[in-house]
Design a protein around this ligand. Structure first.
Ligand code: SAH
Ligand code: SF4
Length: 407
């Protein structure tokens, strides 16, 4: 088990909680969110040589230093001035929990205003000719306003957008941690808390920093932006045509059912989302990933599989079927492996490349927002019962509509 390398550091840090301890924000900008020219201007104004800026960048972006004080090549006066002007990291404290025998690490990061966000590290050993991967899942918002009922973050509600530094600092945290075990991040996915394309400015700035060879330096193709289907956000991506992978959380092709699972369907219907995603695929030449969380008896029927096959056939697409991670407030269960395989076969029959994802970190609640939900305090049994009852009613309505051909 490799993760215990993190353990001593965790003990040194205060364990974060969800309670808001300090509502006032730290006025110093986070270093990682600043454009390179703004930093160069600061160094010039401070009367410092340009190579000093590079020394700071080398130490902070490689993960060798976590604070300005650890950039030992700098004179102490400059280290102090930097710390007065910027935060070396916007993350105040982190609690890391290992799972899956050390293959998964789940981090709960506390921010300056006391809010907590999550990132999850997943190690995939080499298999069947595929090289080993270490994928980091990061958050783009504290909470989420979209409110998908199967998602623990959706249940928590929305607190606030993250700024670019807060997004990038999750990756910098892990790069620093992984130095101890000589491991490297190979992929970053925006699949933690939040809807990235409802915080597009900060997400695009963060993605630019993460894929810039002079900053974090991860190849753009190794970065995935996942969206529940915010069409204007996808259109902004089309205009930029970066090499990022776009993932669309489809979950259901039939409108009545998708409205239940992804409430944004009422504003941006799946047909428009898939049209925008197809334009992205054409602009970039990159296949779009369509994600479908598989929920037993809700969206895993042959009718759903055929509807998804019809919607996606002939497109530059890869479909990823994900057994739902059970969450406390829903009555729903993951689809059985047989059901998922049958669903996959319908998609494969029309030529769609389809894979089934194994859930990771279920034992520590590694799905979207689950650890934060746990810390927020368990809802009362009565509240859970009411919520479940409502979902049973609503899903029965949605299935009736979908079955009658209206959906
Ligand atoms: N808001 C964006 C990105 C964050 S959610 C989006 O929805 O795409 C990232 C992924 O986690 C989504 O595909 C979402 O459907 C999935 N997810 C959320 N809750 C889940 C659960 N209980 N089980 C399995 N996957 C879940
Ligand atoms: Fe938000 Fe994504 Fe969760 Fe839906 S699945 S509530 S969009 S984080």
């Amino acid at each position: 088990m490799r993760v215990p390398a993190h353990a001593p550091r965790v003990e040194e840090r205060p364990v974060p909680t969800l309670s808001v301890t300090s509502p006032s924000r730290d006025p110093r900008p986070g270093y990682a969110g600043l454009p390179a020219d703004a930093l160069a201007a600061w160094f010039a104004e401070a009367g410092e040589a340009g190579y000093r800026a590079k020394q700071v960048a080398d130490a902070l972006w490689t993960g060798r230093a976590a604070t300005f004080d650890e950039v030992r090549q700098l004179p102490s006066a400059l280290r102090a001035r930097l710390a007065d002007a910027f935060r070396a990291s916007t993350i105040v404290a982190t609690d890391v929990r290992p799972a899956d025998g050390g293959l998964t690490g789940k981090a709960l990061h506390r921010l300056d205003d006391g809010r907590s966000i999550e990132s999850v590290l997943m190690r995939y050993p080499a298999r069947g000719g595929r090289r080993a991967r270490t994928t980091l899942c990061i958050s783009s918002q504290a909470g989420c306003a979209v409110g998908c009922p199967f998602c623990a973050t959706g249940e928590l509600g929305f607190w606030r957008d993250l700024d670019a530094a807060e997004i990038v600092d999750q990756a910098r945290f892990w790069r620093h941690e992984l130095l101890a075990t000589d491991e490297r991040l190979t992929n970053i996915v925006f699949m933690g808390m939040g809807e990235p394309l409802l915080n597009t400015d900060a997400v695009l700035d963060a993605a630019a920093a993460l894929s810039d060879p002079t900053r974090f330096g991860l190849g753009a193709r190794h970065l995935t932006i996942s969206t529940s289907g915010v069409v204007p956000g996808i259109e902004r991506l089309i205009a930029l045509a970066p090499q990022y992978t776009l993932a669309v959380s489809l979950h259901a092709a039939r409108p009545a059912l998708r409205s239940l699972l992804v409430p944004l369907e009422r504003r941006y219907p799946a047909t428009e989302v898939v049209a925008a995603a197809t334009a992205y695929a054409e602009a970039t030449g990159r296949r779009v990933t369509y994600e479908m969380v598989m929920i037993a008896g809700i969206n895993d029927t042959p009718a759903d599989a055929h509807a998804a096959a019809e919607l996606l056939r002939g497109r530059l697409a890869h479909v990823n079927l994900i057994p739902m991670n059970p969450v406390a407030h829903t009555p729903w269960q993951p689809s059985s492996p047989d059901r998922i395989e049958a669903f996959a076969n319908v998609l494969r029959a029309v030529g769609l490349h389809t894979t089934v994802r194994r859930n990771r970190g279920v034992d520590i609640g590694a799905a979207c927002g689950q650890l934060a939900a746990e810390l927020a305090g368990a809802p009362t049994p009565a509240a859970v019962a009411r919520r479940r009852e409502l979902l049973v009613d609503r899903s029965a309505d949605a299935l009736r509509l979908a079955g009658s051909g209206v959906g």
